[in-house]
Design a protein around this ligand. Structure first.
Ligand SMILES: Cc1cc2nc3c(=O)[nH]c(=O)nc-3n(C[C@H](O)[C@H](O)[C@H](O)COP(=O)(O)OP(=O)(O)OC[C@H]3O[C@@H](n4cnc5c(N)ncnc54)[C@H](O)[C@@H]3O)c2cc1C
Ligand code: FES
Length: 285
């Protein structure tokens, strides 16, 4: 389905306004919303301001119109931007994402973004591995796309999930020219085992690699522990803590980070503001 256009914004209620100096609240009308596979969906909408400002690893906070009684927005990684079109990939897991399946092209969506601190700029002189666990591959597609668009070598992509049905976007990564390796817990696709099997192999071949990763916390912790044993590599993790405001105001999304200067040896960082992407060694796992 082709992406549709955002409504021309005319009245006071629907006008686009800058809610801070780095993100937008964007009422938009029109999108495509299609099932990718199983419980995974892809939504495209035209959001030029967000597309222009977005960096890999950032997210948008979406108000789901069908659940008016629920005031909290839902956070989703920016999966790709293409000119003025923003793509999200979401897994149906509960009330909000269930309602998102019913969003039709005539819906008005209220989106806040781009939000958060994304991945660091890529180096020229070392191999880059991008790791996606389950829907975590959504954030990595944008990162890979940007890497290729900026003339860097196509990153290696490592995807891991429980089963074949949870491995997403392989064709999209392949079209970008990225070598893709897959692991599944049940062996239904790629190597049988956790994604750490692939990461161990990658670090043996390239001990100075940069790892950029997004996925469930246990996966990120396991990857961080492997990276810790490899002094020449570096590792970034995108944490998907549950969020309330999404803009740094409520402290509902904090994670514990190491802080040798505090008496306790740690401090809280807001996942929506200082993250969601952190250096792996910063986090108190
Ligand atoms: C920065 C960020 C980026 C994200 N990117 C994506 C993405 O690209 N694609 C995607 O499908 N999802 C993504 N998520 C997770 C997504 O926001 C949640 O799945 C969604 O908000 C659930 O809403 P719901 O109303 O359907 O679920 P609820 O009814 O609120 O909850 C249903 C179940 O999902 C669990 N859940 C809810 N939120 C989270 C969360 N943040 N992390 C883990 N489990 C959760 C609940 O514990 C519960 O078991 C991201 C989250 C964050 C914080
Ligand atoms: S969700 Fe409110 S501070 Fe992060």
């Amino acid at each position: 389905m082709a992406p549709l256009r955002v409504a021309t914004v005319k009245n006071e209620r629907n006008k686009i306004f800058m809610s801070s100096n780095d993100h937008f609240q964007l009422p938009s009308r029109g999108l495509s919303n299609e099932c990718l596979q199983g419980s995974y969906w892809r939504m495209r909408l035209e959001a030029p301001e967000i597309c222009r400002a977005a960096c890999p690893g950032q997210f948008v906070h979406l108000h789901v119109p069908q659940i008016e009684g629920h005031i909290l927005r839902r956070p989703f990684s920016i999966c790709d931007v293409n000119d003025t079109v923003l793509t999200l990939v979401y897994k149906v897991v509960g009330t909000g994402t269930d309602a998102m399946q019913a969003i039709r092209p005539d819906a008005i969506l209220d989106i806040l973004g781009p939000l958060g601190h994304g991945f660091a700029p890529l180096p020229d002189d070392r191999p880059v591995y991008m790791l996606g666990g389950g829907y975590g591959c959504a954030a990595m597609l944008f990162a890979a796309h940007q890497a290729v668009a900026s003339g860097k070598q196509a990153p290696h992509i490592l995807l891991g999930a429980r089963s074949k049905g949870d491995i997403l976007l392989v064709d999209e990564f392949t079209k970008l020219g990225c070598p893709v390796e897959v692991s599944t817990d049940d062996g239904s696709m790629g190597v049988q085992g956790r994604i750490t099997v692939l990461v161990e192999k990658a670090l043996q071949e390239h001990p100075d690699a940069l790892l950029q990763s997004c996925g469930p916390r246990p996966m990120l912790k396991a990857v961080a522990m492997l990276a810790e044993k490899c002094p020449d590599c570096s590792c970034e993790v995108s944490l998907d803590e549950r969020m309330c405001c999404g803009v740094g105001a409520c402290f509902g999304c904090v994670v514990k980070a190491k802080d040798p200067t505090s008496p306790e040896g740690w401090k809280y960082l807001r996942s929506c503001k200082e993250g969601p992407v952190f250096k792996a060694e910063e986090i108190l796992w």
